[in-house]
Design a protein around this ligand. Structure first.
Ligand SMILES: O=P(O)(O)OC[C@H]1O[C@H](OP(=O)(O)OP(=O)(O)O)[C@H](O)[C@@H]1O
Ligand SMILES: Nc1ncnc2[nH]cnc12
Length: 170
């Protein structure tokens, strides 16, 4: 399937100079949605996965689908102030700003195998922060997978110690 034909470029969103990759056309197309989920699922093969971590908010679209198919649990990493229980936090920079993310302190057990999923890898600031949170809880990041990588922003460099899989590169 030609996934790229379901990704829309929005210029100057959310800030001047940024070309935003909008995945909405892919999400609303039943076959594209199904095939994208299948392709992401194929990235982990038969590897054991205990938890799939999805990143607030676009990472929440596919991560639970993957978790269900992999027989794993789903763990949300959320923007600061949204999780109700005890949390640990990490700050990060991204293509168009900065932020802070949190994970529940009991979300991952020591030694668990963790798949990290997000829709876009841009500068890698977000993914790096998420991997650090997982490791702080004693989890092992076995793979980070994404629908889209913006290679010109060099995010791969920031997460080079982890296995990275992507559906589409720009
Ligand atoms: O590689 P980076 O430069 O860190 O950028 C990637 C992040 O940026 C986007 O999230 P955003 O913070 O815009 O939040 P959203 O998913 O709620 O739209 C995207 O969903 C990734 O999480
Ligand atoms: N250009 C972009 N499009 C969509 N999501 C992003 N996250 C960071 N940069 C992005």
């Amino acid at each position: 399937m030609d996934f790229a034909s379901y990704i829309r470029d929005i210029e100057d969103f959310p800030k001047p100079g940024v070309v935003f990759k909008d995945i909405s056309p892919l999400l609303k197309h039943p076959e594209a949605l199904q095939k994208a989920a299948e392709a992401l699922l194929g990235f982990t093969g038969n590897a054991r996965v205990d938890k799939v971590v999805g990143v607030d908010s676009r990472g929440f679209i596919f991560a639970p689908l993957l978790a269900e198919k992999l027989g794993a649990g789903f763990v949300p990493v959320r923007k600061t102030g949204k999780l109700p229980y005890k949390t640990i936090a990490a700050s990060y920079e991204l293509e168009y700003g900065s932020g802070s993310l949190e994970i529940h302190s009991d979300a991952i057990e020591k030694g668990e195998k963790v798949l990290v999923h997000d829709d876009v890898l841009a500068t890698g600031g977000t993914a790096e922060a998420v991997c650090k949170l997982v490791e702080q809880l004693g989890g092992e990041v076995i793979q980070c997978n994404f629908l889209i990588e913006l290679t010109f922003l060099n995010g791969a460099e920031k997460i080079k110690q982890y296995q990275k899989k992507v559906l589409l590169q720009y």
